[in-house]
Design a protein around this ligand. Sequence first.
Ligand SMILES: C[S@@+](CC[C@H](N)C(=O)[O-])C[C@H]1O[C@@H](n2cnc3c(N)ncnc32)[C@H](O)[C@@H]1O
Length: 291
Amino acid sequence: MKQTYFPFEFVSKYKNYCGKEWGDFFSAIKVKQPKSFWINAKKSNPSEIESFLKTKSIPFKKYPFSEYAYFIDYKRPGDLVIFKKGKISMQAKAAMLPVLALNPTKKDYVLDACAAPGMKTIQLSNMAKEVVAVDVNSTRIKSLLHNKFAYDLKNVEIRRNDVRNIKEKFDKIMLDAPCSSEGLVRKRKEALKDWNKQLVQRKAKAQKDLILSCFDMLKPNGEMIYSTCSFAQEENEDIINFLLEKRDAKILPIQFEGIKIRENRQCPGCVRLWPQDNDTQQFFIAKIRKL
Ligand SMILES: C[S@@+](CC[C@H](N)C(=O)[O-])C[C@H]1O[C@@H](n2cnc3c(N)ncnc32)[C@H](O)[C@@H]1O
C-alpha cells in the first residue's frame, strides 16, 4: 500500500510544534479519515435518512454537534440513491464545523466568500435566508453550479468573481480561505507533495488581503468565520492578529458539543482541531465580530 508523503521540512516543523504529542499527531494524519455526511434540509430530513440506512443495514451514527451531521460506515456512499438524489452531501466532519460556528438564521444575508466546490454552501443555504456564493476559479465554479441544482439551493446566487470586487454588505460571512491544505493529507496521501515554506508564505499573504476585504463587507455588528484546513500559525493565528491590528474586531468564543477544541496562546478564542482529538483533519476556526 502507498505510504503518506511527508516533506522533511513538514516533519521537522510539526515535530517541533507538537512537542510530546508529535507521535499521536503523525499517527492520526497518516490514516484516512472516517466518512461522514450532511443531510440536505432542502430535500430531506434526519428521520427519512435514518430509515433508509436502517433498511439497507448500513451502520451510521449521528454526531452530537448537529442533527444533520452523521458518520457512515460504507465503502461507496456515492452509489447510494440518497446521495444521487441530493439528499445527503459527503463532507468531512471538521469541515462541517465552521458553518455551525457562524450559525446563520433565516434572517441573514450571507456571503460564502471562497465557496467552491460548495460543500459549505449547502449548509449555509439550509440555514440562511439568502447566500451569495463567490469563487474566482472558473473550473471550480462548475461544482458550485452542480451543487445549486443537485441540492435544490434556490436561495443561493452564484458569482464567478474575485471576492475582493464584491460591493454589498452582509450580515454574516464565511471565509473558508485558500490555504496550504495541510489537512487534506487524511484524504489524499500525496496532498503534501507541493508543500513548502514558500507556499505557506504565499497563502498567508493572500489570506491577509482576503480577511480585510471580507471584514469590510460586514454590516456593523456583523459576524464572520475565518477557517482553513492548515495547521500553520502563519495562515491562522497570525492572520487573525493582523486583522485585529488593522480593524475594530472582536473574537467570539466557539464550542461544539462532543468536540474537543484547543487554543494557541497567540490568539485566545481561536480554535484548533487537532487530528488525534476528534479523529478529524487539521482545522482552524475563528469567529469574528465587527464592532
Ligand atoms: C478552501 S477552498 C473553499 C472550499 C469551500 N468553502 C467548500 O467548503 O467547499 C478555497 C477556494 O477559494 C477560492 N479563491 C481563492 N482566491 C479567491 C478570491 N480572491 N476570490 C474568490 N475566491 C477565491 C479558490 O478558487 C477555492 O475554490
